[in-house]
Design a protein around this ligand. Sequence first.
Ligand SMILES: Cc1ncc(COP(=O)(O)O)c(C=O)c1O
Length: 368
Amino acid sequence: MPSRTTSGSPYMQFAKLRAEVKYDLAASGVMSYPLAELPVRLEELEINGTDAYGYTPLRERLAKLNGVPTECVVTAAGTSMANHLALAATVELGDEVLVEHPTYELLVSVLDYLGASVRYFKRRMEDGFRIDLEEVERQITPRTKLIVITNLHNPSGAIADQETLCGLGNIAKHANALVLVDEVYLETLFDQRPRPALHLGEHFLVTSSLTKAYGLSGLRCGWVLAAPELAQRMWHINDLYGVNAAHPAELLSVIALDNLDRVAARAKHLLETNRRTQDAFLASRSDLEYHRPEFGTIIFPKLSRGRVDELYRWLTERYETSVVPGKFFDMPQHFRVGIGGDPEMTREGLNRLGLALDELGNSSRSSY
Ligand SMILES: Cc1ncc(COP(=O)(O)O)c(C=O)c1O
């Protein structure tokens, strides 16, 4: 009998409760954008709104940003709630869902909570973590209701091109399944961002937010893009959860969207600077194997020698630095490094990561 189980999300508990460090390479978003830099006047804010299903000016701006009709936009508390609504609207108890591996752990925790039966298709580092459509064909079954991917891929940052997404859509269509694409990191392409996958057909659903690329996590400005009937279903499911969003946050989100160019310019510059630092770091290491993503805020190297849990302990205890251990992505020999932080902090964090790796290398050599 299918059942619903949850012990919450081990990854989210790690993300929220991990030791505070000075050099934080565990975060995956661009550093916070200060409220003081947005042209906000107190008179523009209000406590209560009147819209029943999403604040219309916010939905309209998100529709414009994504080139879709307003009825395709469901606003949600971050990509987190957007994913939850998208999954709850498309998956029933016992349904089979095909998910990329590795992936963002929360997607699987929510599927477990909804009582779905999860199968995986592999994305391999040796292959640049690309989506191998033949592997998807091998793993899909007549019972598959939904395929789930992240684009850019969390944890590797790899991008899926339009041809691959179309191929994935065709496989799903033949199987009478839908495709959910979490595009929260695709926002980091800014003016180069391709159109959201909903444009490839109504069997696609897309989730995203202003969290990762813009440093605006606290607004919780997330959204789902879906065919109008599915979107309607999500609004009704949302009535069982948060009912309405905090209206001041909706108003602030509208202001942020009206000024998105300036928020994006700062993030773009920061990521270009940090990517140069990251490249210099990677070039200096012979003890790491990696796929270098072209875009985004994260990389997911593999440690050639030694153990990641030891590296993590030394990093936090001796070097005041943090990364995300790969065990949260079910790949314990890897670790995820975020490059969206303050440039000086990122430079020094990578320097300290290098020192910890040297120490680990020396200790594993001397133990032979
Ligand atoms: C793939 C992915 N989706 C969603 C989220 C959550 O995003 P938000 O802060 O917008 O809820 C994250 C955060 O790490 C993520 O990596």
